[in-house]
Design a protein around this ligand. Sequence first.
Ligand code: NAG
Ligand code: NAG
Ligand code: NAG
Ligand code: NAG
Length: 491
Amino acid sequence: MRLFSKSSFQDKGHINIHGKPKNIIHLKKAMTFVKSHFSFYNFAWFLIIFLLEILVTLVFTSTTTRSSSPPTTTAHEFLSIDHSEEKCKYGKVYVYELPPMFNKELLENCDDLNPWKSQCAAVSNNGFGPNATSLAGTVVPKELTPPWYWTNLFAGEIIFHTRSLNYKCRTTEPESATAFYVPFYAGLAVSKYLLNLSSSARDRDAPCQRFLGWIKHQPYWKKSNGSDHFLMLGRSSWDFRRARDDDIWGTSFLRMPLMKQMYRLTIERHLTDPLDVSVPYPSGFHPNSLSDIRKWQEFVRTRDRPNLFTFVGGKRGYIKNDFRALLLDICYKESGSCKALDCGKIPCLDGSSAVIEAFLDSDFCLQPRGDSVTRRSTFDCMLAGSIPVFFWEGTVGGQYELFMSNEPESFSVFIHRNEVRNGTTSIRKVLEGYSREDIRRMRDKVIDMIPRISYAFPGNERSANNIRDAFDIGVEEVLRRINSQKGIMIN
Ligand SMILES: *[C@@H]1O[C@H](CO)[C@@H](O)[C@H](O)[C@H]1NC(C)=O
Ligand SMILES: *[C@@H]1O[C@H](CO)[C@@H](O)[C@H](O)[C@H]1NC(C)=O
Ligand SMILES: *[C@@H]1O[C@H](CO)[C@@H](O)[C@H](O)[C@H]1NC(C)=O
Ligand SMILES: *[C@@H]1O[C@H](CO)[C@@H](O)[C@H](O)[C@H]1NC(C)=O
């Protein structure tokens, strides 16, 4: 699929009555047939409905009993299967076609996105990045590598755009949309100014102001002042909340008056802003089918893990009492149980075989805060079936409940950073306190979440289509909020 090919933008913002998928037309024909033969099939229909009701009751009772009994982890427990009868129950999404300066041209000028390093590989392949072919053989069997890519942590804006174009609940008719998705790559547009400390506040705000100057004239925006619109921010929400013009970091995009009602998906939300919805950081695993998911889950479940724990990270020399430096030192000292990977020495940022290998080879992975309180590495770790160890409550708390279990103790370990700093707690001893059975149970929880914390790679025929990935869940949450703001409750 090519993101900017003519066919993917056939709607041109107008009503497209010829664009209905063939299977809908077939379904309609079938329904007409059934209706005209209804009297003959009366009895059969009642029987089918009766059986369906029994089935629904059975499914319902089995889920309720399961949630009240102790966690029995089966591979299927955490999969959210979309049943066709509830397809698009929250309504449909209209995807704007924006002037190319707001998305396409940023990718074309990928050498210009970052003053220090070309981002052309990072933004390639519709945001998924280069194929991770180098993973094959040594770390992962060749047949398991196709769903792996070297995805950049800030590529979420492109990935969301790509996924939206063949989203099952996309509509090309704006009047039938519940929500409007605006694929403005705000994070990519401001990154070169953020990363250049000589840039002015005005430089950092300019791309966002240009975008708002365009959107405010659009008819469907004017109808709602943006309250049924949303966009994806590929960076932390904090990068868009500069409060004062003399602050050295950030744009003030989310503080601009026109943004007062628009929803935003982001890799790290502001905990008190009701318009922010967190979604997982993009990581490297992008399954294209249910079989991709099953094979990977089985591989990480049965993997031999020689290390008790691992730490993958870089020191931040400029931070006093840098906790990451402390963890790296601890890990080197405990080299009998810990595998250390210093990201100051090997490039970790866009993923690498060494990073994936470290997680695959360890039962636990240490996850201190990143440059902000959340960390992309948490997702890399969990996708490899390793159990995360947190030191800050906010690293997943308040962020990813829609995607992870809301009982963090069932799939992760928490050790307060101060106990590590003052030496009263040994990380190794805490982790050695978990039995093989505890570890197996927690790992199964982590493995169950894999489909929900990864972004599916869109294909022509996706059997993964009826499994909700991080994109589906994030967009559905925005739709749900827009409905409930209009007083429509759907559950
Ligand atoms: C990368 O992977 C995709 C999908 O798995 C495949 O279609 C494509 O041919 C691969 N490209 C290269 C250069 O291997
Ligand atoms: C950083 O911004 C300043 C001021 O706009 C500009 O003169 C300079 O060329 C930029 N530096 C880089 C490396 O882009
Ligand atoms: C949108 O905002 C403008 C200016 O604040 C206001 O006049 C208008 O009534 C608002 N429209 C809607 C639909 O809320
Ligand atoms: C170490 O830190 C923990 C957590 O803040 C605290 O409860 C404990 O009293 C501290 N112990 C010492 C010896 O400082």
